[in-house]
Every structure is written in C-alpha cells, then in structure tokens.
Design a protein. Structure first.
Length: 188
C-alpha cells in the first residue's frame, strides 16, 4: 500500500526559479530556442496528464456501474498499459540522459533535478501498485464480481495518486528544464 506521506506537495525551492523569472512560461512559445524536441517533450507530459485522468475516470465509471465490465477491461488494458509503459520509458530516459544533459549545461539546478529524480522513484512505487491492481482486475473481471470490484477500487486509488503526483512533478520539471534549454540553446 502506497504511503501518502511520500507525496510531495511543496514546489521546488525558490533558488530553482532564477532562470524561470528570466524565461517565464508565457514567453517560451515565441522564443527561437524553444525547438521541436522540447515541444514534443511537453506533448508527452500532456499525454500523461490525460491518460492518468482517463484511467481514473474509467475506474469511477466501473465502480458506479456506468460501463460494461468487458468494455472496462479493454479500456484498462490499453490505457493502463500505455500510461505505465510510457511513463517508465520517459522517466528512465530523463534519469539517464536528459537530467545529466541539463546538469552538464548548468549545475546550479542539480538540487532541483535531485528532487525530480526522487519523484520518479515515488511514482514507480505507485505505478507498481497500479500494475498489480490492473492485472488482478483483468484476472477477476469475468469470474468474480466482488473481487473485481475490490481491485478496481485499488486501480482508482492508485490512478488518483498518479494524477496528483504528476500534477506537481510535471509543472516543476517543465519550469526547471525549459528555461535551462532556452538559455543554453540545448536540444535544437
Ligand atoms: Fe519526470
Ligand atoms: Fe517528464
């Protein structure tokens, strides 16, 4: 069971905002150093926000009996796989390639990157719970209504935590990384 105390609520420390004040979010789109690779990375974040919301809402529909169990199982299989698989790949790449690139360009933000790396570890724990509950849901959905209901309640719980965690993590990550990229002309 995931320990809710691990959920980081507070934003990154103020000293991590020195470049964000110079390159605020509203100014990114018009900046010549805001290239396609960075736009694609933000697009992946939008997909994660949307997928985690869909997985949570679908579980809600099942629990309220507003969706046929077989339809729900199919949606969970596809959306759940897409969310979990893509998030694992995305975080692995950030930890091993993206964050080291940002750190090499500007080591002043290493403390922020450490916090973001830790978010990935916490997220992995919740994704583990989500995966487990999703697999058990798919096992039970045709044979045991009550057991399936209990597992979907766990899917709902975990998806809700993933959504909350991502809401904090993605904004902080974007507002740390994009100003470094623009300032040092990276990824273009
Ligand atoms: Fe991340
Ligand atoms: Fe990310």
């Amino acid at each position: 069971m995931f320990d809710q105390g691990l959920l980081r609520q507070e934003p990154l420390p103020d000293e991590m905002r020195i470049l964000l004040d110079k390159y605020p979010r509203e100014a990114w789109a018009a900046h010549p150093n805001f290239k396609q690779a960075t736009q694609n990375w933000l697009g992946a974040h939008r997909m994660f926000r949307s997928l985690s919301k869909t997985v949570r809402r679908d579980a809600e529909k099942y629990l309220d009996k507003r969706i046929d169990p077989q339809d729900y199982a199919e949606r969970l299989l596809h959306r759940g796989n897409a969310l979990i698989g893509n998030l694992h790949g995305h975080h692995g790449w950030e930890d091993y390639a993206y964050f080291p690139e940002l750190s090499a360009a500007d080591p002043r933000f290493d403390a922020g990157l450490k916090i973001l790396e830790n978010d990935h570890k916490v997220l992995d724990e919740v994704l583990h719970d989500l995966t487990d509950a999703a697999i058990r849901t798919l096992d039970f959905i045709q044979s045991d209504d009550q057991a399936a209901h209990e597992e979907v309640a766990r899917v709902y719980e975990s998806a809700q935590i993933v959504e909350k965690l991502l809401a904090r993590h993605l904004v902080d990550e974007e507002e740390l990384a994009v100003p470094i990229i623009i300032h040092h002309k990276l990824r273009g």
